[in-house]
Each structure stands twice: as C-alpha cells, then as structure tokens.
Ligand binder design. Structure first.
Ligand SMILES: Cc1ncc(COP(=O)(O)O)c(C=O)c1O
Length: 408
C-alpha cells in the first residue's frame, strides 16, 4: 500500500488536534461533550484513560497528503477573508461523480454547503410547509434536530427486520405515510447509517414512484456514498430514479475525513426545485475549498486504499464476532464503516450493557436509542470502524472478555 493507515497521530494530546471525538478524554469538557459522553454511557462524560473510542463517524487515519498540501498552500496565501467556491471547485465536484458513479450533472446544478446537515435542513425548510411531516426510515442517523426545530414533524417508518437480520422498507407503511397529505418530504440515507446497507436501484425506483405519485420530495443524504465494501457500488438516488423531485446531498466529511473543514454539496437537476433552492452564502473557508478541490481531483488512489483497509477491518470484526460470540449479532455492512451491533440476545437492559461496554471494556460506542426505530434500539450499539487495526482488535478482545460469562 502507498498509504499507511496503521500509523496515526495522537489526537488526544496534540495541541493542534482539536478533535471532538477525543474531547471525552480531556479533563475540561463543555456541556455538549459531557452530554455526549453521558449518552454513550459514561456518567458526567468521564472516560477512563485507556478508553477506545468508536462512536463517531470520524476516522483516525491521516488524511491524503494532497489535501494537506493544498491546505498548506491556502495557508500561505495571507488573506483568509470571506470565501466562495470557484470554477475549479465545481469542476472537481462534477469530475468526481462522473468518474466514480457515472452520474453527470452541470456545474450550475451544484450548491455548496458548509455541511450535509445544513443542506438537509435547508431543503426541508424550503420544500415543505411549517407543520408538514417529513418521513424518515428508522432506525436512522438522527434528523430530528433538523426537522423539529424547523416546526416540521418527524414521521418515522420502521424498517422491517427479517430473520437473517437484514432490514427492508415497510412498503405498506411507507405508502400510507406518503399518501397522507400532511407529509411532504422523505429523507433517504444512501448508503444507510447505521444499518450499513445500500438501497438497490429497484428499491429506489419503487420509493421514487411512491413519492412522485403523492407529491413527496426526496432528500437524499449520501454522505457515506464513497465508502463501500469490495464489489459493492452504491448508486446515487438521482442516478437511479432521475432528477425529478430529488435533492441530493453529497459530502467530503466522511470520505476524506475533513469534517472539520465543513464542505458538502447539494445537487439539484430538477428545474422546478432549482427555483425553490438557490445558492446562498456557503460559509466556506479557503481551506475547505482548497481541500475539496484537491480531494476530488487527486485522491482517487487514497480512497481506493482506504476502502481496502476498511474492508480488512470489517472482515476482521465480523469474523471475530461470529467466532467468539453466540448472542451478539451483526450484519456485514455493504457500505460505510458502521457496524450495528445487536445485543438483544443477552437479555440485559441498556444500563447493564453499559456496565459491561463502558465499565468493563472501556469502549465508547453509540447507544442505538439515538437512531430510534421499533427494534429495542437501546439494546443496539453502533461501532464505527474508523481506527487502526490494532485498536479494533484490542476493542473486540475487550468486548469478548466483558461478555464471556454470558456466552457459556
Ligand atoms: C448520514 C449522515 N448525514 C450527515 C452527517 C453529518 O455530515 P456533515 O458533517 O457533513 O453535516 C453524518 C455524520 O455522521 C451522517 O452519518
């Protein structure tokens, strides 16, 4: 491999790290960090020193050298005034999706955003009326904080769980929700977080058909699109179903691990939607523009190797779990680096799980309660495989020890 994903920098102690994920390890914690730690099972957000952290979709690996170089050049230009995207930026975005997804759009179809969340929230605000319902398939990465403060209603439709632990859309419930005139938009996450599957073209066409028949806009959050397991090719929603009534959000935060630079793009090819969603102030920094342009033009090989490394993490973790646990269940994700761990088989409460995961194993995983859904989500934990192999191995060994007495 050209890039080394095993060797990482010290994100806890380096004074220039500013890592939110590792703020839990610091003595001073803002209220937000304390709350976050509490949600993950640690009282007052306090974690033991040897804690290993897997709750955030934020990779520990060094980013691609071409991005660091671009940021260095941007840093050398001694003016950090209000910043906008330029033609090279838009061309770079267009290039990436053409090359990797055979998805073509014009540079005028791109609206830059300082994050996927702001893009989703803006689409909800501009496409739906106050009081309207927004449909989300659950469990799901959280959008309540985008939808509810805007005065819209979160309408969760639980996925159907199958005996082989796969999940699919509850078509009947979805169709009923789409027919309800109060519901005006659907947020669809492709590939799915936390379940890790990709919607097939056929599923997306069925979703689009239901939405279009009922005048429901589709807002596709595709921030995890580039991270996929070997042989899996997630298809962008607009590529699968065409542009009508579709707003696409793409991001660089996950793919290139540059969440701290806040760069995302909304793609709209439907002229009627363009009238409703126009370009505003991006909130970009020079570093974000430089980084994104380099990422989308010079880092194809880095992403390829990253995916190979994540393949090895996912293979290792899934094999380890199936060999060493009888009651812990997990689906091998098709995309992203999320493992959604099902602890229901132990017959423990959420607090009892925390006593083992936090108290014994010293791991920070996300409590499934934050993703909702009707499958006892508080008994699931999300583990992001975003750390070097040595840490993943150590974490799984600790988890095995923490549950060993219940496996007999
Ligand atoms: C599905 C999904 N959407 C959005 C985000 C946040 O993206 P951004 O930082 O670009 O707002 C995440 C982060 O984990 C995510 O998983």
């Amino acid at each position: 491999m050209k890039y080394n994903f095993d060797k990482v920098h010290d994100r806890i102690n380096d004074p220039y790290s500013y890592s939110m994920k590792y703020a839990l390890h610091h003595e001073y914690k803002s209220d937000m960090i304390k709350n976050m730690g509490e949600r993950m099972g640690y009282k007052d957000g306090k974690v033991p020193d040897d804690t290993l952290t897997f709750f955030l979709a934020d990779m520990d690996f060094d980013i691609a050298p071409a991005i660091v170089e671009a940021c260095r050049k941007a840093a050398d230009f001694p003016n950090y005034g209000y910043t906008g995207a330029n033609k090279a930026y838009y061309e770079a975005v267009k290039r990436w999706f053409h090359v990797h997804f055979d998805w073509d759009f014009d540079i005028d179809d791109i609206i830059e955003y300082h994050g996927t969340h702001p893009g989703v929230a803006d689409a909800v605000k501009k496409l739906t009326r106050p009081g309207a319902g927004v449909i989300v398939f659950t469990p799901s990465y959280g959008f309540d904080n985008d939808i509810t403060p805007l005065g819209r209603k979160f309408v969760g439709i639980d996925f159907i769980e199958h005996p082989d632990h796969s999940f699919t859309v509850d078509w009947e419930a979805f169709e009923k929700a789409a027919e309800d005139k109060n519901n005006e938009a659907l947020i669809i996450v492709q590939p799915h977080n936390p379940l890790g599957f990709c919607y097939t073209v056929e599923e997306m066409q069925r979703i689009a058909d239901i939405c279009r028949r009922n005048g429901v806009y589709m807002i596709a959050d595709m921030v995890h699109l580039d991270i996929a397991r070997k042989g899996v090719h997630p298809v962008p929603l607009a590529k699968a179903v065409g542009p009508e009534m579709v707003v696409s959000l793409t991001g660089l935060a996950k793919t290139f691990n540059i969440a701290g630079l806040s760069v995302s793009n909304m793609i709209i090819q439907d002229p009627k939607l363009k009238e409703k969603l126009s370009r505003g102030f991006s909130g970009f920094s020079p570093f974000g523009v430089a980084a994104a342009t380099a990422a989308y033009t010079q880092c194809d090989d880095w992403v390829e190797e990253l995916n190979q490394y994540i393949d090895s993490l996912v293979d290792y973790a899934c094999d380890f779990i199936s060999k060493n646990f009888k009651k812990l269940k997990v689906n091998r994700p098709e995309a992203s680096y999320v493992l959604y761990l099902d602890f229901r088989g132990y017959g423990l409460t959420s607090q009892q799980l925390d006593e083992r995961i936090c108290g014994k194993a010293h791991l920070v995983l996300s409590n499934g309660a934050q993703f909702g859904g009707g499958h006892q989500p508080e008994l699931w934990r999300r583990m992001c495989l975003t750390s070097p192999m040595a840490d993943v191995k150590e974490a799984l060994n600790r988890l095995k020890d923490a549950f060993a007495d219940l496996e007999k």
